[in-house]
Ligand binder design. Structure first.
Ligand SMILES: Cc1cc2nc3c(=O)[nH]c(=O)nc-3n(C[C@H](O)[C@H](O)[C@H](O)COP(=O)(O)O)c2cc1C
Ligand SMILES: C=C(O[C@@H]1CC(C(=O)O)=C[C@@H](OP(=O)(O)O)[C@H]1O)C(=O)O
Length: 391
């Protein structure tokens, strides 16, 4: 079973993670991991922290000469900003507890609930871990999973489809081709929309406000049969949703036509099934986004997530001092004012972990050769049943 744990505070020394369950003899290209980390740092609307950080992964164990050896993989990303925070954040020894103390909770962040739940007088003890800085290490984990999945041609893309009021309509009809884009660094859809998105973010920023939006993830070449209908925790869509909802700021997840489905009759929604000698079993539509009964259908998996506007506002909202209970405006930490493009990169990599986990569960093997053999023999069996969308 593939699993991982992460640790690390936003302004602490490092983010770290241990990934356990990766098969042996998998080649890892560190440049690919660093490229994902770079992508996560991009996008219009990010704050000044991204000018300080230049995320790179250190692989501490679990590989020899770029090849996995089946043991747990320990990874680290150093926080460059730690140099500026040492005297407040070092784990052992005397620290300055006053200068960076935060007491005015930001609505929408974990500040109030975390402070009361864990019994702190300093909100910093909460925000350091609640911060989406943690998503950097999750991207590194996902990027390792992408390395594994690329052996089976499984490919992830994402792009922004809505920022604030600016929404790409009928986004199903767009082609997802372009690599370059300031807004997304992911394959963006249309330059005109990119400009509208950027203008919307600029307007929000000018007014001291923040923005959310919607992004879409597409996963190609997932074989038919990952996940199961037999139990709630084996359903691929349920596990993907849980992992996506765990990304800071994500408030909703939909598959395929998603919430639009409510407007449509069944005859327009279900993806009808056909067979021809040439194509084998096939469908002409993919309204359900590549999952039926918690099982991948072999079609592209299409997911959309909504991210709420960033909680830290430069025109702060009403709140209280958590210690004196007096009314105050919320505190202002340096902040992004829109992070939807970054969140879409995080989401891609979070999905990569889930798909890798289900893939390894299905084609179980301790090493790449066994997994490849199991995968091929399964695909051959499906071919015998009329499924020709092969390897
Ligand atoms: C990539 C990324 C960057 C974020 N940057 C900020 C930020 O700069 N300031 C902020 O207040 N929230 C930011 N957030 C959102 C908060 O971390 C999030 O709203 C908070 O942890 C509370 O969690 P919840 O919104 O899931 O309830 C960011 C989220 C992501 C995914
Ligand atoms: C550090 C990252 O995002 C941070 C997420 C974040 C939050 O509250 O979630 C608050 C900000 O932290 P800081 O106050 O240090 O600028 C963001 O920069 C990152 O994405 O790597």
């Amino acid at each position: 079973m593939l699993r991982y744990l992460t640790s690390g505070e936003s302004h602490g020394k490092s983010l770290i993670a241990i990934l356990e369950g990766m098969p042996s003899n998998l080649y890892i290209n560190v440049e690919n991991i660093n490229r994902e980390l770079f992508r996560r740092q991009q996008g219009y609307g990010r704050g000044d922290r991204m000018k300080i950080e230049k995320d790179n992964v250190n692989i501490l164990s679990g590989l020899r000469g770029n090849i996995t050896i089946g043991s747990p993989i320990a990874i680290e990303i150093r926080n460059k900003d730690y140099e500026n925070w040492k005297e407040y954040m070092k784990t052992i020894g005397e620290i300055d507890l006053q200068s960076k103390k935060v007491t005015k909770a930001r609505p929408g962040h974990a500040d109030l609930v975390g402070t009361l739940k864990y019994d702190f007088e300093d909100v910093r003890n909460v925000l350091e871990r609640a911060s989406a800085r943690e998503t950097a290490i999750r991207v590194a984990i996902g990027a390792i999973c992408k390395e594994f999945l690329s052996n089976f041609n499984i490919d992830f893309t994402s792009h922004v489809v809505q920022i604030g009021k600016q929404k790409i309509k009928n986004n199903f009809s767009f082609n997802y081709i372009k690599e370059k884009s300031e807004i997304s660094q992911v394959r963006c859809v249309d330059e005109n929309f990119e400009k509208l998105f950027i203008d919307e973010i600029k307007r929000g920023k000018y007014e001291g406000d923040s923005l959310g939006g919607v992004f879409e993830i597409r996963i190609k070449n997932v074989p038919l049969g990952l996940g199961s209908y037999v139990h709630y925790d084996k359903k691929l869509d349920s596990v993907l949703s849980a992992h996506l909802m765990s990304i800071q700021g994500i408030k909703g997840v939909e598959f395929g036509l998603g919430f639009e489905i409510a407007f449509l009759r069944g005859s327009l929604v279900q993806d009808e099934i056909y067979y021809s000698n040439e194509k084998g079993i096939y469908r002409n539509t993919n309204n359900l986004g590549g999952i039926e009964g918690g099982v991948s259908t072999g079609e592209e998996i299409i997911i959309r997530c909504v991210m709420k506007p960033i909680p830290t506002l430069y025109k702060p909202l009403n709140s209280i001092d958590v210690n004196t209970l007096e009314n105050y405006k919320a505190s202002i930490e340096r902040s992004d004012n829109c992070a939807v493009p970054a969140a879409s990169v995080v989401a891609e990599n979070v999905c990569a972990f889930v798909i890798a986990k289900f893939f390894i569960d299905k084609f179980s093997g301790d090493n790449m050769n066994d997994i490849i053999k199991n995968y091929k023999s399964y695909m051959e069996r499906l071919e015998g049943r009329g499924w020709k969308k092969g390897i």
